[in-house]
Design a protein around this ligand. Structure first.
Ligand code: EPS
Length: 390
């Protein structure tokens, strides 16, 4: 499944020169400045539990095409983020010449990483040729694309946020009910948990994981508020918005499960305890008494906030590596080691925001069409009037 109106591709290796993304389909005349993107790039780099790499990088975007004097032109938008670590990898990652002696092939695949299946598939005996692209470094490019989509959605009053629910076994009840406030609290937390007073306990937990030479995953939630009813469609499998969101989330490196609204819990409850009752108010129009379904019914948004819960597995690079086999000698030994993060759930939640923004911008453009912002906005006004009078 792919996007229906927007298109984007990313390119670049973790220790290559940098990352590129090309995004096409954003209407002309949208205000867009590097600051809009840099804010999210910087947020993605934060989070307790990251390894040494984040001290090296200082992700900043350069807009290479599709924007002139701070406004989109409708042409493909090219985004470029430099890898500062390239300086240390120039010889080992050179696109030209022959490998020098410093190039030691990576031959001991890490269980849980793309190393072995990717090596087999692409017939690469130096597994670095796989791991460099499989690395979650690529998510910086997605966050840049997502930030452009957020900028677009903002023009329609749609806001996206996220917060961490748990890291490994460490979790606490979330007291705050309001989604925007949860997001704002998460912004002040070192682990993006919506109660910064719990930071020390999360940090202690992450330290204990590090001391054991282990890694940990976790759960985060991403939401969108201000979404109109009617994005996505029930009429065809690949137009259903929940399926599109799930695919986008699962495409993030290391994600293993996606739930919408109550998700797994809804399978245990009876119907009356799950479905969101409908009310009508002459001022607000149709509304719901609850939001157990997380803003989607029949593959269509229903006007309630979209709430997505995503589970991330532990990072596969371990200080105390698991059993593996050297692909050259076929000897059973321990997997290779690379510098790594211990926990990257806070960063993943920012990537989740980007993916939700991309899917919703695509679905909004699918609904409204249009090549320039004034046109899209006029169509949106018409559609809002239709919703009010329905
Ligand atoms: C990653 C390994 C680490 C992470 C990296 C993802 O990088 P390195 O091997 O350079 O230490 O820091 O994440 C990023 C570079 C990033 O920008 O998020 C991996 O193997 O997936």
């Amino acid at each position: 499944m792919s996007l229906r109106f927007l298109r984007f591709l990313t390119a670049g290796e973790s220790h290559g020169r940098g990352l590129t993304a090309i995004l096409e389909g954003i209407p002309a005349n949208l205000e867009l400045k590097p600051e809009h993107i840099n804010r999210d790039l910087e947020r993605r780099q934060r989070g307790y539990g990251r390894g040494g790499r984040m001290k090296i990088e200082k992700d900043r975007v350069q807009i290479l095409s599709g924007v002139r004097f701070g406004r989109t032109t409708g042409s493909p938008i090219t985004l470029w983020i430099e890898n500062k670590d390239w300086e240390n990898w120039k010889e080992r990652m050179s696109p030209e010449g022959e490998p020098s002696e410093s190039v030691v092939p990576f031959t001991r695949p890490r269980p849980g990483h793309a190393d072995l299946p990717g090596g087999i598939k692409y017939n690469q005996r130096d597994l670095r040729n796989i791991l460099e692209r499989a690395s979650a470094r690529e998510t910086a490019a997605r966050v840049a694309v997502g930030a452009v989509c957020k900028r677009f959605l903002e023009e329609f009053g749609i806001r996206i946020g996220s917060y961490v629910v748990s890291i490994g076994e460490c979790t606490f009840p979330i007291e705050e009910e309001d989604l925007i406030k949860r997001h704002e609290l998460a912004e002040r937390s070192e682990v993006r948990f919506p109660d910064p007073s719990k930071d020390d306990e999360f940090k202690k937990y992450i330290d204990s994981v590090r001391e054991k030479g282990e890694s940990a995953g976790g759960i985060f939630e991403v939401f969108a508020v201000g979404v109109p009813p009617g994005l996505g469609s029930h009429v065809q499998w690949d137009r259903r918005i929940d399926g599109r969101i799930a695919q986008a989330m699962m495409s993030i490196q290391a994600m293993k499960a996606v739930e919408i609204g109550l998700g797994v819990e809804s399978a245990k409850r009876l119907g009356s305890q799950v479905h969101d009752e409908i009310g009508y108010d002459p001022e607000r129009g149709f509304f719901r008494y609850s939001n157990n379904l997380g803003g989607t019914e029949g593959g269509i948004t229903n006007g309630m906030p979209i709430i997505v819960r995503v589970s991330m597995k532990p990072i596969p690079t371990l200080k105390n590596p698991l059993r593996s086999v050297d692909i050259e000698t076929k000897e059973e030994l321990r997997a290779g080691k690379e510098r790594t993060d211990v926990v990257a759930v806070p960063a993943a939640s920012v990537v989740g925001e980007a993916m939700l923004a991309i899917v919703l911008a695509d679905a909004l453009l699918e609904k409204l069409g249009g090549d320039f912002m004034e046109e899209v906005k006029e169509r949106y006004r018409f559609y809002l009037e239709h919703i009010r009078s329905f």
